[in-house]
Design a protein around this ligand. Structure first.
Ligand code: AMP
Length: 189
């Protein structure tokens, strides 16, 4: 069994819902146990146009090889209607292998750790939320990479039910911990 981390993103259709459904799809796989899921974040597109993205990360335990896991990620993307009209096109769902244990893979169609994760807040912030002490092979602590990415917009989406609980308990619908700032359809109002 190997502990792996996936990065999920979407900015086409009901992107927020697609992330939630994709996590359910992952959890339904016999070869996968979902260990943790980050909050959902709303993020500015990086090297791409289109609407804001929704992103999250998932930590899982799996008996699949890295290559089998990639095939599963691509099957799930396809199931969610993913099309690739051009590079970095808006997408209904993107599922990337960020880390696969401490393995390093460098093959034409599979590179792990994911080659662009260290420069992207939308990949690192959810990972650090799940595991504050997470280390990336050859890069060290993921959290140490975040200050350099501070100019990338990323905002935590607060679940609506959390707002209800907070409002009922304190009478203040805007209270609660939210770092980065909570926004979006699930933001407390
Ligand atoms: P994307 O546009 O992000 O969906 O890129 C998908 C392409 O990246 C596919 O051709 C994959 O084979 C390739 N790829 C390389 N490394 C990875 C990885 N760690 N996770 C997901 N896809 C990868």
């Amino acid at each position: 069994m190997t502990v792996a981390y996936l990065g999920l993103g979407a900015n086409l259709g009901d992107a927020h819902q697609a992330l939630k459904d994709a996590v359910v799809c992952l959890a339904q796989q016999h070869a996968i146990t979902v260990l943790a899921k980050s909050s959902v974040y709303r993020t500015a597109p990086v090297d791409a146009g289109g609407d804001d993205y929704y992103n999250c990360a998932v930590k899982l335990d799996t008996s699949l090889s890295a290559r089998q896991l990639l095939a599963l990620c691509q099957r799930i993307e396809h199931h969610f209607g993913r099309e690739r009209p051009y590079r970095n096109a808006p997408r209904t769902l993107d599922v990337d292998i960020l880390l696969y244990g401490d393995h390093e893979v460098d093959e034409p169609d599979l590179i792990v750790p994911h080659p662009r994760m260290t420069g992207r807040a939308f990949a690192l912030v959810p990972l650090v939320e799940i595991d504050a002490d997470l280390a990336i092979p050859r890069h060290g602590l993921a959290s140490a990479l975040l200050p350099a990415l501070a100019d990338q917009r990323i905002e935590k989406v607060k679940p609506l039910c959390q707002c209800l609980g907070s409002a009922a308990a304190s009478g203040d619908a805007t209270s609660g911990t939210a770092v980065p700032r909570a926004v979006g359809p699930g933001a407390c109002r």
